[in-house]
Design a protein around this ligand. Structure first.
Ligand SMILES: NC(=O)c1ccc[n+]([C@@H]2O[C@H](COP(=O)([O-])OP(=O)(O)OC[C@H]3O[C@@H](n4cnc5c(N)ncnc54)[C@H](O)[C@@H]3O)[C@@H](O)[C@H]2O)c1
Length: 323
């Protein structure tokens, strides 16, 4: 295959960002887009010269796709991945992969068995500063991790509904939980507290507006992640501490502090969406899976932490992962 033929399911906010990035990539052909809201599919199709569909099965039937970008909300994955796998289509699945671990694990097995390439939308892994931080930490013993994702309210209608989004942690702060895993390794235990404290006047809102997670890593390190959408500004950071050092990724800026020195690195990743999507296309075209920094199987472990945190908040008990 010299060019990857790409289809989209879901033509909302994140699909627009991928389409813009992919339209700059000479190695792709944007062929088709499907959305349950026909006008959304047509708008994207008109802009990028694609075929619009209102029905996913019809699109799969009519189009010969190499790659499918799954850009539907968390509650709407249905059997999209299974159907693409049956046709040997490579999958880019937006985070979070879904809201039910049994379903996600089943999809992961089908993806593995189909032998297709998979990627997820944990885009921050493609920051040069994230890779630099990970490399620095490679041979270090980590003591503690502190992280936060604190921001304002997202107005998208499904976002405020727990049954549709899974709440802020699952839908949004998942990026920070994923970065914590990327830098400090897998998490084996989570204990969380969540509450709806100050945003309860927003119509139809039933998700916690504040939350805090206490976590234990497989390495034995400990840490915590704070999440909220009650702030007037946006702050996201991960700090990893060990003996006489700390690594802080604040937004995209990395600072490494040791006893006698502090080094700060500004990210030079100009277009992170382009970097992520191009890496996936290159993987598909060359067969080199190592280019994909967040395959489905790995993303699954991040979703698992966030869903376990929801369960912990609900039951009041810690949850062990991988059980
Ligand atoms: N990686 C990132 O940084 C990032 C950023 C934003 C959103 N996202 C993720 O992308 C996903 C979509 O978010 P969004 O902001 O684009 O939402 P959105 O509401 O703007 O768009 C979703 C689109 O999917 C369509 N849709 C819903 N069910 C469908 C179905 N069964 N078949 C076809 N189309 C369907 C909707 O009509 C809508 O047009 C979410 O999981 C979100 O977490 C990721």
């Amino acid at each position: 295959m010299s060019k990857a033929r790409i289809g989209f399911v879901g033509a909302g906010g994140i699909a627009s960002a991928h389409l813009e990035a992919l339209s700059k990539n000479q190695k792709v052909e944007l062929t088709s887009v499907c959305d349950v809201v026909a006008a959304s599919a047509h708008k994207a199709a008109d802009q990028y010269g694609m075929q619009a569909y209102g029905d996913f099965d019809t699109m799969l039937d009519k189009e010969k796709l190499d790659v499918l970008f799954v850009c539907v909300p968390p509650f709407a994955h249905g059997d999209i991945e299974e159907k693409a796998c049956a046709k040997g289509i490579h999958l880019f699945v937006e985070k979070p992969l879904g809201l039910d671990m049994d379903v996600i694990r089943k999809k992961a097995k089908i993806i593995r068995d189909a032998g297709i390439m998979s990627a997820s939308g944990y885009v921050l892994r493609y920051l040069d500063t994230a890779s630099k931080a990970r490399e620095y930490l490679q041979d270090k013993t980590i003591g503690m991790v502190r992280a936060h994702y604190m921001t304002g309210f997202v107005t998208t209608p499904w976002w405020r509904d727990m049954a549709k989004s899974g709440g802020q942690l699952v839908e949004q702060t998942t990026h920070t939980v994923d970065m914590v895993r990327f830098l400090a390794g897998d998490i084996s235990k989570v204990y969380s507290q969540m509450a709806l404290r100050v945003m309860g006047d927003i119509e139809n809102l039933n998700i916690p507006d504040v939350g805090t997670l206490s976590v234990v890593f497989e390495s034995g390190a400990i840490g915590h992640v704070d999440t909220c959408f009650i702030q007037p500004d946006h702050r996201v950071a991960v700090e990893v501490q060990g003996r006489d050092f700390r690594v802080v990724l604040d937004g995209s800026t990395l600072t490494i502090t040791e006893k006698d020195r502090t080094d700060t690195y500004k990210s030079e990743t100009a277009d992170i969406m382009f970097a992520q999507d191009s890496a996936f296309i290159d993987a598909v075209l060359t067969g080199d899976r190592s280019l994909i920094l967040a395959p489905y199987d790995d993303a699954l472990r991040t979703v698992e932490v966030t869903l376990a945190a929801n369960q912990s908040a609900e039951t009041g008990s810690p949850v062990l992962l991988g059980q």
